[in-house]
Design a protein around this ligand. Structure first.
Ligand code: ADA
Length: 564
């Protein structure tokens, strides 16, 4: 077997900021480099380009053995990008947070010229997945790792290998789904599988349909992945006499049934946060140490759950969640879209490609238990129905082992709840829509109960419910005798009520507070509702300094964790 060779291209790349230029007008072979910048990084998170919106170019040299096939794996390139090798455009990509692959053509030259054009200007026609009204700052650059993989000789290679636990997970049963790519795909394939360095199993003549082959087998010494014992198994999967790849996976089973969530056959209560990938010093390119620190802070508070809002997550972050034992909701990019978006064929095509890549890159992470999409789309309107039906069908066909949900801010009139496994509510009673209310905190519980009753009254009592977002702005250091909106005290009082309800009410399967740490959002005129141009609803400020709410959230979550 030829084990796959991969090399990271992270490091200093050539860079040129091209401003108002149009990508169509750029001759990539004649670019005049201006500086060298670190990949991964967001060029507009760096002081010299802070806040700029325009076209930029990144360049580096690749070494690929003459005549050898290879592919590039991009963790995320934002917001629009075009990938050129030796002056030839290989692909364009239209979502700044989704991973993607691109194959390199074979060449007689060993040293290849890679140029990546990126553009962080909003343009609904070109990148309908990105809109300026989303409540988080969207950057430009090569935001996550870039890898070069040498591909095997021969007509087909392993595009992906997914190892999904089945209902027989306790006995180590898994379904192995492999995706094949190449110039000629076989009708059948002979596979080899070895777990944890053990004996090699061979499966002859496995049928290949639509580029995918699928087999079930068992791990010899199964150990479950759980929050307290997050055991990871290793696998090496190959084609007899051909390509082989190594991957990690976990034996765990998640379910949504009888109005509850279940993990490995036990009722599960989710306690945690929505987390944007963001830090004031790095923008959306948070270093691994910060990802780790954030998870340690959450776990120390008694959290077991993080919603990766509102886009596909960095693979490094998901690796940490696998290894530490943290449950993850991963979702495709989306934020409050309405009719114009659902009518856009370009949006549907971009969303489909990025959704498939989110699953392709993340399917082996046992920490990911929920696939989400289209945060707060206008699901009170029928025009969302067919898109939701198709997206859910796609998710189920790619991966039947996970729970599907979306975060709805239409708890009383969402038209698509019948399609979902887990009903997730973004609700902010006592914050939005209560001018003139003398005691807004008293609005919280009645509204939660009204939502629960409405959902059960519509026949969804068998579906678990979580509060996927709730919270209020608390400005770090703002303490005032009025304890009014924007004070740390109001935020602390609010979150105490929310966490108590979420961990004690029988109809609640948990909560993801909005949100973990303050983060940059709107700029200019959009920012009037966002002091500092930040979303200040973090329990921590942007430097992860705890606000007053931290103590009460931690006390309630830790108590609930002990009772779990
Ligand atoms: C919504 C949205 C979040 C954030 C939040 C808020 O629920 O999903 O991204 O904007 O509201 O702070 O109002």
């Amino acid at each position: 077997m030829q084990k796959r060779e991969a090399k990271s291209l992270n490091g200093l790349w050539q860079f040129a900021y091209l401003g108002e230029a149009s990508a169509d007008a750029v001759a990539v072979a004649q670019l005049r480099w201006q500086e060298r910048v670190l990949v991964p990084s967001a060029f507009d998170a760096m002081s010299q380009h802070a806040g700029k919106r325009g076209l930029a170019a990144y360049g580096c040299e690749l070494t690929v053995p003459v005549g050898r096939k290879a592919r590039l794996r991009f963790g995320a390139v934002s917001m629009w990008s075009a990938i050129y090798v030796d002056g030839e455009e290989l692909t364009q990509h239209h979502c700044g947070y989704a991973p993607f692959d691109v194959e390199l053509p074979v060449s007689e030259r060993e040293v290849r010229q890679l140029v990546v054009l990126v553009d962080n200007r909003y343009d609904f026609e070109r990148i309908p997945m990105h809109e300026e009204y989303f409540d988080f700052y969207q950057y430009g650059g090569i935001l996550r790792e870039v890898k070069l993989e040498l591909l095997p000789e021969g007509p087909a290679y392993l595009d992906y290998v997914h190892i999904l636990p089945t209902e027989g997970y306790r006995d180590g049963e898994v379904e192995i789904r492999i995706g094949l790519s190449g110039v000629a795909l076989p009708d059948t394939v002979a596979l080899t599988v070895a777990f944890d360095g053990g004996p090699v199993q061979t499966m002859e003549a496995v049928a290949v349909a639509n580029g995918q082959a699928c087999v079930r087998t068992r791990v010899a010494q199964p150990q479950l992945w759980s929050l307290t014992s997050p055991h990871l198994h290793q696998a090496e999967v190959g084609m007899v006499g051909g390509d082989a790849v190594a991957c990690r996976f976990g034996l765990r089973h998640v379910e949504a049934r009888s109005g509850k969530l279940w993990l490995n056959g036990e009722v599960l209560q989710l306690r945690g946060y929505n987390r944007h990938e963001w830090h004031p010093n790095f923008g959306p390119c948070t270093p691994l140490a910060q990802m780790y620190n954030d998870l340690v802070l959450m776990r120390d508070m008694g959290c077991n759950f993080v919603r990766g809002c509102h886009y596909p997550q960095d693979q490094q972050f998901l690796d940490l969640c696998d290894e530490l034992g943290m449950l993850v909701w991963e979702e495709n990019l989306g934020w409050g879209q309405g009719e114009r978006t659902f009518a856009s064929e370009a949006f549907a095509a971009h969303h489909d490609r990025t959704l498939r890549n989110m699953v392709k890159f993340s399917a082996n992470h046992p920490s990911v238990i929920i696939w989400g999409f289209m945060n707060e789309a206008h699901t009170e309107f029928a025009y969302t129905r067919s898109f939701f039906e198709r997206t859910i069908a796609d998710l189920r066909s790619m991966d039947p082992s996970r729970i599907i949900s979306w975060a709805s801010n239409h708890p009383l009139d969402d038209l698509n709840f019948d399609l979902v496994d887990l009903i997730s509510l973004n609700i902010y009673p006592g914050w939005y829509g209560c001018p003139g209310v003398r005691e807004p905190l008293k609005m919280i519980e009645p509204h939660w109960l009204e939502c629960f009753a409405s959902i059960d009254g519509r026949g969804f009592a068998d579906k678990p419910i979580i509060i996927s977002e709730t919270g209020v702005e608390g400005l770090y250091g703002w303490r005032d005798p009025h304890n009014d909106f924007f004070t740390e005290a109001y935020q602390a009082a609010y979150l105490e009520i929310a966490c108590r309800l979420a961990t004690e009410h029988p109809r609640s399967s948990g909560i993801a507070l909005w949100h973990f740490s303050d983060a940059r959002t709107y700029s200019g005129g959009y920012s009037m509702g966002r002091p500092r141009t930040f979303n200040n609803k973090g329990t921590f400020d942007e430097y992860r300094r705890p606000k007053q709410a931290y103590a009460s959230v931690k006390a309630i979550f830790q108590r609930a964790a002990q009772g779990a």
